[in-house]
Design a protein around this ligand. Structure first.
Ligand code: ATP
Ligand code: BTN
Length: 251
């Protein structure tokens, strides 16, 4: 019942057994939402990653959720957001004593060098003075071989840990951490996150390539700059690259 969207006393969590995509739900209802509202589902029939890629989203104990957030000072204030969200996920996993967690610019969380979770930021609307975004997080808890076959790169999940986190606990911790980190980011920008990011960065100092459309740039990976751009040391010195079309790969 969509009329329920109109009445509120605090942040909302919309729960679905099955939905095409939690990001799509938040995008569709953005007008009725406030910062911090969440949509979560057990299964996504059309889970999405960056640039039209698929996020494999089977039933089972996985986390698929999206949060709405408004930046009151426009797009510039949200530059580097996916890095902040990745830092929030790392912090929560560390609070739960998960070891071997790392990040890959700009939106991936790795566990023991394999992809555990991804962040998808989508724009719901903006004016000069306001920017409305959807922050989507997918995290594998227990994948199972029949679904794993659909993932075309090395992946990981939370099985086999000494203490496997409970899904509700994970959601509650993530929701709280995101509220804290997004509020801090809104106030102070990326600076407070630089150290957290570089401590978890899996490519620091390594030879890498950047894929930008059909171009390839090789260099040594030197982390991120103050805008959240990826920094590469090439034959012509240090250069920063930013944009939604860029992918970073190990050489
Ligand atoms: P980049 O962001 O650098 O381009 P990427 O290849 O990981 O890296 P994304 O768009 O971030 O691309 O993520 C989507 C990709 O993640 C899919 O193309 C697939 O390879 C992989 N993937 C899809 N579902 C899952 C999942 N449940 N767990 C782990 N990886 C997945
Ligand atoms: C990526 O690595 O490309 C990002 C994957 C993001 C997946 C999550 S699952 C919840 C939310 N709804 C979606 O359709 N995608 C994001």
């Amino acid at each position: 019942d969509e009329s329920v969207l109109k009445a509120r006393i605090s942040n909302r969590c919309f729960y679905f057994d099955e939905i095409p995509s939690t990001n799509a739900f938040i995008l569709k209802h953005a007008e009725d939402l406030v910062s911090g509202d969440i949509c979560i589902a057990e299964y996504q029939s059309a889970g999405r990653g960056r640039r039209g890629r698929v996020w494999v989203s089977p039933y089972g104990c996985h986390l698929y959720f999206s949060m709405y957030w408004q930046f009151p000072q426009g797009m510039a204030q949200a530059m580097g957001l996916s890095l902040v969200v990745a830092c929030s996920i790392v912090s929560v996993l560390q609070q739960l004593d998960v070891e071997g967690v790392g990040v890959k610019w700009p939106n991936d969380i790795y566990l023991n060098s394999k992809k555990l979770a991804g962040v998808l930021i989508e724009l719901s609307g903006h004016t000069d003075s306001e920017c409305n975004l959807v922050i989507g997080i997918g995290l594998n808890m227990a994948m199972g071989e029949q679904h794993a076959a659909k993932i075309d790169q090395p992946w990981s999940d939370l099985t086999g840990l000494e203490c496997v986190p409970d899904k509700t606990e994970l959601l509650v911790l993530l929701q709280r951490q995101l509220q804290l980190d997004l509020t801090l980011f809104q106030k102070s920008g990326l600076k407070p996150f630089q150290q957290r990011w570089s401590a978890a960065d899996i490519f620091e100092g390594q030879p890498v390539k950047l894929l930008i459309g059909s171009d390839e740039i090789h260099g040594i990976y030197r982390g991120i700059d103050e805008q959240g751009a990826v920094v590469l040391e090439t034959a012509s010195g240090k250069q920063s690259f930013i944009g939604g079309e860029i992918s970073l790969r190990k050489l």
